[in-house]
Design a protein. Structure first.
Length: 132
């Protein structure tokens, strides 16, 4: 019953935050695309700072991490997979747009999906470390 409540909380909080994130994503992309002389490295650093601050201050991050305790439950595991898949898709799409805008590409053997997963894991780990 406790895991069911946690799952419901994640769904409720996640739906609100996903809606807000979906509204901001086009603005983030457009802001970079409209600034053709923006330095790619500095832009990515600034975006990472914003992303870290956003993740570290959102209640869903703590709820999501608490779900790890119930990861052996198939429903909880599926919810975690969906959360990570959605986030990876959003971040990979953003990186795809930025790379196309800057006429850049990932090195052979690497993809923006791999970059999104790596960045997500790094941010999640840093959020956990900052919390203690």
């Amino acid at each position: 019953a406790h895991q069911t409540r946690d799952l419901a909380a994640v769904e409720a909080v996640g739906a609100v935050e996903a809606s807000a994130r979906d509204e901001r994503r086009p603005a983030m992309k457009q802001g970079v695309v409209e600034t053709p002389d923006a330095d790619p490295v500095e832009t990515i650093k600034a975006m990472c700072d914003v992303y870290f601050t956003e993740v570290s201050t959102q209640p869903v991050a703590q709820v999501q991490l608490s779900l790890w305790l119930g990861r052996d439950d198939p429903d909880v595991a599926k919810r975690l997979q969906n959360i990570y898949s959605d986030l990876d898709m959003i971040v990979a799409d953003l990186f795809d747009s930025l790379l196309a805008h800057w006429s850049r590409m990932m090195r052979p053997g690497f993809s923006t999906k791999m970059l999104a997963v790596s960045m997500g894991a790094l941010v999640e780990g840093l959020v956990v470390r900052q919390a203690v």
